[in-house]
Design a binder for this molecule. Sequence first.
Ligand SMILES: *Cc1c(COP(=O)(O)O)cnc(C)c1O
Length: 375
Amino acid sequence: MIHFVDLNKQHSEIQEELNEAYFRVVKSNQFILGPEVEAFEKEFAQYLGAGYAVGVDSGTTSLKLALLSAGIDQGDEVIVPALTFIATALAVSEIGATPVFVDIDPDTYLIEPEKIKKAVTNRTKGIIPVHLYGQSAPMDEIKAIAEEHKLIVIEDACQAHGSIYKSRRVGTIGDAGCFSFYPGKNLGALGDGGIVVTNNGAYAERLKMLRNYGQRKKYHHDILGFNHRLDEIQAAFLRIKLKKLGKWNTARVEIASWYKEKLDNENLKLPVKKNYGTHIYHLFVIRHNQRDMLQNALKKEGVETGIHYPVPVHLLEAYKYLRYNKDSMPNAEAACKEILSLPMHPYLTKAEVNKVSDVVSKFLLKNKPIAIQLH
Ligand SMILES: *Cc1c(COP(=O)(O)O)cnc(C)c1O
């Protein structure tokens, strides 16, 4: 069996340290907004090169609170890519704003700046570029559009902890950057968690209030806030894992290079890496027009795979009320039918990559594809 992710291997490497952190927090008797969260925020901000970091209880929350701290409100429109995890859009709809979906670049699967331009209206207040699969969206183009129309840029970096765009870590390029610590992410807690980073002190101030019942001082509530704090125990675990993130990301890049070498085949589309930055392969996504058959062939040989994502967000049942038609985002819709995520985690061995690649290659020999649909 070749697992899609393997947290067991990751955790056994740092088991002692995790145990020590657990006892430390239990003994401290401080479980909410104490020294661990404070230290982790400082360490994470330092790692990214961000001015401020505010720990919250999930990636979805980080997006929601980032939008609110930037003053985005009910009735505003926020531009999001059609191919992403639904949480990018849920953060927008949860605050009563409207997600406006735009199509993707068929090569990189990232939001397409030309399509953003066409989606801007006089109600548009923000853009959420998603650094999908571990690679930065084209931030210069996006920031230029934002400047022209006075829009806020909130980066969804939930799949890109440590990824670089033109010598800066993603999350520090827009007005705020949002990260998830869901266990399977490149940096994951032992439960839910998230963080917002920003260089804007006023945003940071509001974020700290928003996550903690809207209070600046205990029982003095200036705004309507939430209970959306990062737990001390998760912060303690995350501090240990943050020290390994660089090593784990490097391992992912090497594993991706093994896959690319073994899977170099004109009948298969491999991940496209842009020259403007790094790709840290949260996911290794290939494309073939008989995707479901390929996925079954892998399953038969004990290889776990995933599809990220099978339905573009604008066509999900939950967003039916926005009335997007089929064929409105042809690149995203075509991709969703053909993309397949292969096993990817820092502890994958060369033998495992070879096994997965051999199953794929054998499939390709037997199943010549009809041309990949690119729009
Ligand atoms: C995981 C993820 C989120 C949501 O994070 P949670 O911690 O699960 O709430 C948002 N956006 C993207 C792109 C993600 O991959």
